[in-house]
Design a protein around this ligand. Structure first.
Ligand code: NAP
Length: 320
């Protein structure tokens, strides 16, 4: 697997990373199971064999159980921690936290950020995170308060680098202004199906321009690694029978996959990897075979014609 350096850091990371959201699918208070532990070990080992050495977490995934399962893998494979880049996210509070009437919300207060990281480190059974991302923009964010949380986490050695997720260029800029540390990652929803950040540039000054493309340009300009979540769009363009309106795009993906002798997943990821911003897909399959098939993307080179043809198929119209 080819690697890239995250700008402003010493971290060399694979072009494709693994997202741990679904290591446990039970978002409740039940305990992790032996079956989940063994499935986690299998997925981690498969990912490592493919050269995937960046693992993405969040404090809320399965209410902490996905981190807990990964912590079990770290205990069972002692040299694992030194071989990987560990990333987690914080800032979302689910409904019912802490009291029955508490609404789902975002919380970038210093206390919550620090407490969340401490919980994550405990569940992962590690002493530091390589990367911490703020999960979703909090309208009540005070940049100076976030700065105090980041200073504390960095000076205590608990977090090495910081980033954000689902943030616009303007939101990143507002926050960055008050921080000592550079924001080095923005994790956003991005796939051939959810393509606006990439395709909006085609529509500048035309109806339909949502402005999302500005954020991709901003990240590129300031050396912020763009990570793509749901890069396979949950299988909507590659699994079984696609929805009627997605037939042309799914068919084009399947034909290209056949021509190149790879899985459809590899074509979908290669479409993201082709972009010169250096987008890093975070794949979330829980199927080891699909994980291996997805990594074929590393060896797929799409031509400009193939890349635009895929975009045309999913947009239902050609470049203006
Ligand atoms: N920052 C955020 O707000 C945010 C939000 C969501 C996710 N994330 C991160 O991004 C990671 C990836 O997200 P994701 O899981 O939505 O990404 P994904 O890789 O686009 O989708 C994976 C899901 O799609 C299914 N799938 C894919 N191809 C399939 C096929 N051909 N046939 C059947 N099922 C197929 C997988 O099922 P199988 O497991 O059976 O393969 C799995 O449930 C997460 O783990 C998390 O780390 C971040």
């Amino acid at each position: 697997m080819k690697t890239c350096r995250i700008p402003h850091t010493e971290l060399d990371v694979p072009r494709i990373a693994y997202g741990c959201m679904q290591l446990s699918r039970a978002w409740d208070d039940t305990a992790i199971t032996a079956a989940e532990i063994s499935a986690t070990l299998k997925l981690v080992e498969t990912a490592l064999e493919q050269g995937i050495a960046l693992f993405d977490h969040a404090d809320i995934y399965a209410r902490g159980k996905s981190e807990q399962l990964f912590g079990e893998a770290l205990r069972q494979i002692p040299e694992l921690r030194g071989r990987i880049v560990l990333q987690s996210k914080c800032g979302i509070r689910v409904a019912g936290d802490p009291g029955a009437g508490s609404p789902a919300r975002y919380d970038f207060s210093r206390g919550h950020i620090v407490r969340s990281v401490e919980g994550t480190l405990k569940r992962l059974d590690t002493d530091h995170l390589d990367l911490l991302l703020l999960h979703r923009p909090d309208p009540l964010m005070e940049p100076a308060e976030v700065a105090r949380a980041f200073d504390h986490l960095q000076s205590s050695g608990k977090v090495l680098h910081f980033g954000v997720s689902n943030h616009s260029a303007a939101q990143i800029s507002l926050l960055q202004e008050q921080l000592e540390q550079p924001l080095v990652v923005n994790q956003v929803e991005l796939s051939l199906l959810h393509h606006r950040m990439i395709s909006d540039g085609l529509l500048f000054n035309q109806p339909g321009d949502t402005g999302a493309g500005r954020t991709l340009d901003y990240c590129r300009e300031y050396g912020i690694l763009v990570q793509a979540w749901s890069p396979l769009a949950g299988g909507k363009l590659s699994a079984g029978t696609p929805a009627k309106e997605l037939h042309p795009a799914a068919e084009r993906v399947a034909r290209l996959a056949e021509a190149k002798g790879v899985a459809s997943e590899a074509i979908l990821l290669a479409w993201l990897l082709k972009h010169p911003a250096g987008i890093q897909p975070i794949i979330g399959t829980t199927n080891p075979q699909r994980l291996v098939a997805s990594c074929q993307a590393d060896a797929v080179e799409l031509s400009r014609e193939e890349w635009y043809a895929l975009l045309e198929a999913v947009r239902g119209t050609g470049a203006p």
